[in-house]
Design a protein around this ligand. Structure first.
Ligand SMILES: NC(=O)c1ccc[n+]([C@@H]2O[C@H](COP(=O)([O-])OP(=O)(O)OC[C@H]3O[C@@H](n4cnc5c(N)ncnc54)[C@H](O)[C@@H]3O)[C@@H](O)[C@H]2O)c1
Length: 452
């Protein structure tokens, strides 16, 4: 384990090492892809005591996945964990060692000088408070998506990052993927002509997919810090369903939109360079999983994106169906007048199509013929081109943590900072507001303000 040191001296040391590492990685032969400002460079080798020492706050499903990925990136070392259920803290000690410091109180994590960074993987209603407190304590933060629980909470996180100048990254890992990077490059190169529509879909059909997670047999008010979990939301008797299946309740979660749409917004905004929609409309319903939840299991969202310097005006349609007998599938597709891009994290499928101009249809058809008596056909390019990541690609999650590490070590801007994270979360949160308030919502994605 690294020796505890004052935060300032640890930071100076990490920064000095980063400069050496950056010089080494920018050697001739390293290619910077056009239009991809966050190209992944070869990871430098760090000395054994040059770790980014981090703590996990929220040691459930995603917190564990984040930690496994973080420790696979050279130079990350887990030193502490915080959770409100004792079983999760025991699991962390069993997996990472008995010397890991554990607590139920995140403030005990933030006051430790040997911690450089924290992963915030709590339920959504805790993201804002812990992220801001962590940044104010000088820690780098990896906050799971959605960045905030309510539209009113975002600006304070942006301010905290601006004020503290720390590497704060939101956890929509798809944005860091080769697939998103390729789609951004193809769109900018005009591969699908003029973008006019995008769509995304999330289909699930299992209890787990619909958030009915198993609840541990030993869950009780002894093993769970129930009162702390509730935060400032209504007090109520201990309810393991609310604690372990928190996504089903608006007090703690953000519904299917905050859980899933937000990933699609992050990717779409990255690929198009967009700041977000200016009109949001939603409908849906609770059709099947009537287990006491207060959020819909089918949600349809429609979003108007205004023309900006980086893209034309276009429409977006997003759907989540947790009662979907077709298949377990998800996709994000961008459609232009000359084709479409179906975007996955390790694959992009470009489908080309002939484009007819809006006027002069007859004369264009005629111009395709060489002579009046011989309709000589032309050579077509491939209708579909599939771009696939090379074998051995470590994936989006690894890339996202690598980007965060670069931000911590050498101040390189992270790919999904607080401003980006707020712009991705906003339409997802407003989609819920539109559904519950039964009205279209207008939003200024530049000024980050509701338009009344
Ligand atoms: N990026 C992704 O692909 C992805 C995937 C799944 C979940 N997530 C996000 O990760 C977060 C966690 O989701 P999950 O599925 O891991 O939930 P989970 O219920 O499995 O884990 C959450 C953990 O947080 C703990 N917790 C609750 N309040 C806390 C507090 N105040 N301090 C410390 N710990 C606290 C709980 O005890 C629990 O162990 C959510 O915001 C979710 O949206 C992201």
């Amino acid at each position: 384990m690294s020796q505890p040191a004052s935060r300032r001296s640890r930071r100076q040391f990490l920064s000095a090492m980063a400069k050496t590492a950056a010089a080494a990685t920018l050697a001739p032969g390293v290619v910077q892809a056009a239009g991809t400002p966050f190209h992944i460079l070869k990871p430098p080798a760090y000395s054994p005591n040059d770790n980014i020492q981090f703590a996990l706050i929220g040691a459930g499903g995603m917190g564990n996945a984040d930690t496994s990925t973080a420790v696979s990136v050279p130079g990350f070392k887990l030193v502490a964990a915080c959770d409100l259920y004792d079983g999760r803290l025991n699991d962390i000690k069993n997996k990472y060692g008995k010397d890991i410091f554990t607590t139920r109180d995140y403030k005990e994590i933030l006051s430790r000088k040997d911690i450089d960074a924290v992963i915030v993987a709590t339920p959504d209603h805790w993201h804002q408070e812990i992220s801001i407190a962590a940044m104010n304590a000088g820690k780098a933060v990896y906050c799971e998506k959605p960045m905030v629980h309510d539209i009113t909470e975002g600006s304070a996180v942006v301010d905290a990052q601006t004020r503290n100048k720390v590497a704060f990254q939101v956890g929509s890992q798809g944005m860091s993927s080769l697939g998103n990077e390729k789609a951004r490059e193809l769109l900018a190169a005009g591969a699908i002509g003029q973008l006019n529509y995008a769509e995304g879909f999330w289909a699930r059909n299992t209890p787990g997919g619909a958030w009915q997670y198993d609840m541990p047999a030993d869950a009780s008010e002894k093993t769970v810090d129930w009162k702390r979990f509730l935060k400032n939301y209504p007090d109520r008797p201990f309810d393991p369903k609310r604690f372990f299946r928190w996504r089903c309740y608006r007090d703690y979660g953000t519904g299917v939109s905050g859980d899933l749409f937000v990933h699609l917004f992050s990717s779409l905004h990255y690929i198009t360079g967009s700041m977000g929609p200016n009109k949001i409309m939603a409908t849906g319903g609770l059709r099947y999983w009537k287990d006491g939840r207060d959020v819909p299991d089918i949600l349809l969202g429609m979003f108007d994106y205004p023309e900006t310097a980086t893209h034309p005006a276009f429409n977006l349609s997003l759907r989540v169906n947790f009662v979907d007998g077709t298949s377990d599938s998800t996709y994000l597709r961008l459609v232009g007048n000359e084709g479409s891009l179906t975007v996955e994290w390790d694959k992009v499928t470009l489908t080309k199509n002939f484009s007819y101009p809006p006027e002069n249809y007859a004369s264009i058809l005629k111009s395709r013929q060489y002579t009046p008596d011989y309709d000589r056909k032309k050579m077509n390019g491939p209708d579909t081109v599939v771009y696939k990541a090379e074998d051995g690609y470590k994936g989006a999650h690894y890339d996202h943590f690598y980007h965060w590490a670069q931000g911590i070590r050498n101040g390189k801007p992270v790919i999904e900072d607080a401003l980006f994270g707020y712009r991705a979360a906003a339409p997802a949160l407003l989609c819920n507001d539109s559904y519950f308030q039964e009205k279209a919502i207008k939003w200024d994605p530049v000024k980050l303000k509701l338009i009344s």
